[in-house]
Structure formats: structure tokens, C-alpha cells
Design a protein around this ligand. Structure first.
Ligand SMILES: [Zn+2]
Ligand SMILES: [Zn+2]
Length: 373
């Protein structure tokens, strides 16, 4: 395990103990990437930002944050150079900050918006990386199940690429998630039923959405495990050999889109109000990340009510396979006889026996389509 976690840092020649310039270097690069990304988004909003999100951004706060990130990248980059006497991380942090400054820094002028039909969700990627990182990195430091694992474990770059591409392509994935329901299931819509559903209090609708969506997700998930050609897509998600908040992002685009599109069908047919549906989307995006996190919390009886990291980690165990298909509600697995949660125990090894899936991101994308690959 020590050899594994050390692989990334050893490649750059850094020691990882506190005060060695490693942590300051990593934070310098992270701050520089976020700052430069935000500046580029402000320069080219037409191409690089989500149209629906543009009016919602608090610009003054974002400019203040960009300013803070640039200062942090400059300060921490310098600190890393001094402490480590090594160039890569500190210099990269400084370079990112300088480029962000040359492009206009926190006071960059916002570019023109002409309403182009196709765009890239760079803002969506940066926002999610920032918010999820802010929540889950401290959680994994403070409550790590495997403290020695660290962020830069085997496969972190592959998972980050999955995370990045799926967020940059948000326009395509949202369209492909929502469109099939309206295209193929309009016949199933009953306006009186929809009116009755939408008339329920928001909390009732939210709970109903969690139940309905998870029943659908359970069925689709089992199908992905049962049907051999579907499994080749889902195997990508199961190829993670370490669990943490980023590991859950390792999902083949086809797996993600088909699962979400099918799970959306009952929500579309039943006609839930937009408010509870949006609340569910926020809930599922945090809960799905949490389920994979490298955290050790004791939930007691709640273990049997709501999906916890220990519950989903067993879904990723090498042995036994085909357990715990539900996302939110373990009771669904109890109903169908697929529940597995030995008291207090965690899996020894994660992944697929024999590890048939290749590690590099491009090879994972084509893996389901390559015979014997
Ligand atoms: Zn699975
Ligand atoms: Zn998972």
C-alpha cells in the first residue's frame, strides 16, 4: 500500500511529510488551475460556460475568490520552491497564476455572449471540483478509513479525467438524459395523475422521488451487472482498486447516460415539480460522491436506512460480487435478496477479480467496444 500511494509523489521526487513543500505545491497548482480556469471562463463565456448558470453567478464574489486563488498560488508556489528545493509543483503554481494575471486576473473583462448553440461546461467542471473538493478533501483527511491512502493513489488521474470529461460535456449528457423520456414515453403521461403528484408538498415529492428513482436505479444497475455487453460498460466503474470521493466519477459515459435517462423516465411520467426534482439532483450528486469516499463514520441503525460508504464499498468488493445495487435505500436490496453488510466490516480488496480493465482513460473509453479488450 505504501508503494502504491507513494508512486505519484516519487515520480516528481517529492517527500510527502508536512513541511517538505509537497502540500504547499499541490495547493499552489490547485489554486492556479482554478484561478486560470475561472479567468478563461470570464474571457470566453459564450464557449466555456453553461447558459442557464450564467445569470446566477455572483460576479463580485467570484472575482474576490479568483483574486484570493491567484495570491494563494503565488504564495504557496514560492513556499513550495523554498521548502522542497524542487521545481515542478512550485513553478507550475507560479506559472498558472502569472498566466491568469496576464489574461486580466480577477478584474478581467467579461467576454461577449452571442448565444451559440453548442458550448463546453468548463464552469460546471470547475464549480464541482471546487465545491466537492472543499467538502470531501477535509472529510477524508479528518475521518479517513485508510489514512495512508492519500489523494494521489493509483488511478487518481484516470478518475480526474472521467470527472473532467463528463462535466465538460454536460450539455450533451443532460440532453441525452432528458430527451429520451419525452420522445418515447409521452404516451404514458396522464395529466390528472401528474396534477395530483405535483400538488403534493415538496417534502413528500422529494421522498417519493428518492424511492422511485432508486427502484429504477436498482433495476438498471442489476441489468448492467447481468447482461454481458452492458457489463463491459459498467466494468469501468468497478475497475477502481481504491475508494475515495473521486473514484465514483469513474463511469463510462454510456453507462452514466443510459442509467440516468432510464431513471428519469418514471420521474417524467409521474410529473414531479421542478423544485423537488432539482433538490434530488443536488442530493444525488453529493450522496453518490459520499458513497465512494474514503471515510470511516459509524452510522449505527442508519446503515440499514440510507446508503452509507460502507454499504456501497461492499458493492465494489472483489468478493462477494453482485451485492448492494441500490444507491440510496438499502431496504431495496433486502427486498430482493441482494443485501450484504457484515457488521462493522469493510472489504479487503476493491475492483474486479483479475483486473481485466486497462487503467489509462482513453483505453477505458474504448474498452466496451473492443472484442476481448
Ligand atoms: Zn455496479
Ligand atoms: Zn460505485
Amino acid at each position: 500500500m505504501t508503494a502504491r500511494r507513494g508512486a505519484g509523489s516519487a515520480a516528481l521526487g517529492y517527500e510527502r511529510r508536512f513541511g517538505s513543500g509537497w502540500t504547499s505545491g499541490v495547493f499552489a497548482v490547485s489554486s492556479g488551475v482554478l484561478a486560470l480556469g475561472a479567468v478563461v471562463c470570464m474571457l470566453f463565456p459564450d464557449l466555456l460556460t453553461t447558459p442557464d448558470a450564467r445569470p446566477l453567478y455572483p460576479l463580485a464574489a467570484i472575482r474576490a475568490l479568483v483574486h484570493f486563488l491567484i495570491v494563494a498560488a503565488l504564495g504557496l508556489g514560492t513556499l513550495s520552491l523554498v521548502l522542497s528545493r524542487r521545481l515542478p509543483l512550485g513553478l507550475a503554481g507560479l506559472a498558472l497564476a502569472v498566466v491568469a494575471l496576464l489574461l486580466g486576473g480577477s478584474q478581467v473583462e467579461i467576454g461577449a455572449v452571442s448565444g451559440r448553440p453548442a458550448w463546453i461546461g468548463l464552469d460546471w467542471f470547475l464549480l464541482n471540483l471546487f465545491v466537492l473538493g472543499l467538502v470531501f478533501v477535509p472529510l477524508e483527511v479528518l475521518f479517513a478509513r485508510l489514512p495512508e491512502q492519500g489523494f494521489f493513489r493509483v488511478g487518481w488521474l484516470t478518475d480526474l479525467l472521467h470527472f473532467m470529461v463528463s462535466h465538460l460535456l454536460v450539455q450533451v449528457t443532460v440532453l441525452l438524459t432528458l430527451a429520451p423520456a419525452a420522445l418515447f414515453f409521452r404516451w404514458a403521461v396522464d395529466s390528472r395523475l401528474q396534477a395530483a403528484v405535483a400538488a403534493q408538498p415538496a417534502v413528500v415529492q422529494f421522498v417519493a422521488i428518492v424511492v422511485v428513482a432508486d427502484l429504477a436505479e436498482y433495476a438498471i444497475h442489476r441489468l448492467f451487472h447481468r447482461v454481458p455487453w452492458l457489463w463491459r460498460f459498467h466494468a469501468i466503474h468497478h475497475s477502481s482498486r481504491t475508494m475515495d470521493w473521486l473514484a465514483g466519477s469513474r463511469i463510462h459515459l454510456v453507462d452514466a447516460i443510459v442509467t440516468r435517462a432510464l431513471a428519469f423516465v418514471p420521474l417524467y411520467v409521474l410529473g414531479f415539480s421542478p423544485g423537488p426534482v432539482y433538490a434530488y439532483l443536488v442530493f444525488v450528486s453529493f450522496h453518490a460522491v459520499f458513497l465512494h469516499a474514503n471515510v470511516y463514520f459509524r452510522f449505527g441503525p442508519l446503515d440499514h436506512v440510507i446508503g452509507t460508504p460502507r454499504f456501497h464499498h461492499w458493492h465494489h468488493a472483489v468478493h462477494p460480487v453482485d451485492r448492494n445495487f441500490a444507491i440510496h435505500l438499502p431496504v431495496i436490496d433486502r427486498l430482493f435478496g441482494t443485501h450484504y453488510l457484515p457488521p462493522g466490516q469493510w472489504p479487503g480488496d476493491y475492483g474486479i477479480a483479475g483486473h481485466p480493465v486497462p487503467e489509462p482513460y482513453p483505453r477505458q473509453l474504448v474498452y466496451p467496444f473492443v472484442r476481448g479488450g
